[in-house]
Ligand binder design. Sequence first.
Ligand code: ADP
Length: 365
Amino acid sequence: MMNVIGASVSEAAMTSHHETRDIVLPNQTDHVPQVAVDIGGSLAKVVYYTPSEAKGGRLHFKIFETEHIDACIDFIAELMNSARALAPQVKQVLQATGGGAYLFYDLLEQRLPGVVVEKDDEMECLTAGLSFFITEIPYEVFSYNELDPNPIRFEETPKNIYPYMIVNIGSGVSILKVTGPNQFTRISGTSLGGGTLWGLLSLLTDASSFDDMLEMSKEGDNRNVDLLVGDIYGTDYSKLGLKSSRIASSFGKVFKKGERQDKAKFESPDIAKSLLYMVSNNIGQIAYLNAQQHDIKRIYFGGCFIRGHPVTMNTLSYAIKFWSKGDMKALFLRHEGHLGATGAFLKHRSLPKPNLSCAFPSRSM
Ligand code: ADP
């Protein structure tokens, strides 16, 4: 078991803002024999531990594209080799979760000889990882409001964390209601998720990577492709409380009756912004409807789709605030993309020594 007392986010300077910050574990003393991987439809997330010479050690977070799973496995093999050099008598374990734990199971076994590959349930890992971040890590959970001079506001851990909802925005979207430790139901989901955004962007723009697209969208103006309330009314539709700047129809300006628009007229940054709004608004609204139906006030958003991107977080926050009239709260995490992998990492239980009478390790959390 990991000793997580005193765990905190490392505030050391980073070389790139795309990196995910380490977690410092000052009281971890035992050798750590496991690495965890969460292999999803788009990305493979790795969590691993390195001891420090003085005391304790660090959790590290890394991402690979699932398409390049071999590079990810090479990386894991190197980690396993260095850990084995430190403690040759201890069996190394890979805690694997996500669909890829099944899809690539044989490949993992074959490419990691001498390593025990344990499959862990994806949703169990997601909720275990999230609970760890909510309860153990200060300055992890925050709300976001771009109108605030300090848009990021860190949250104190509430006395009762349950019930809450987690909206995990990966390639697709899963919405879970969590009522206690390891007590959850998948109440909803949508296939319009991160994979949809990434796929449509690849078709419609010249963005060569996801982060490129996020960067590009900052300069974009969605009003060049979206049809706004003001485009239809010429003014606000005040009777319904709809401002003229509200999007009436995403991409509604592209099609013009009687004439085919010249595709070259539409700029990639504008398309990127519009698509980001479209997917985020839709997820925000579905999240609100589910929270309302289940009477839940705290909604955590996870998954690599968010990537700490201000427009995405603001759109989700605004949607929750707008639809719930301020009654519900959208919450984000600094390790949003690694919830499942962290949960898998923490699920590790020491394997029994070969000559012990109890042959089965306990797998309960
Ligand atoms: P999954 O487990 O389904 O792979 P993730 O939580 O890893 O889901 O999120 C995947 C989504 O994150 C992608 O569909 C895309 O929207 C977004 N994303 C973030 N970073 C990247 C990246 N470097 N490459 C591709 N997609 C990315």
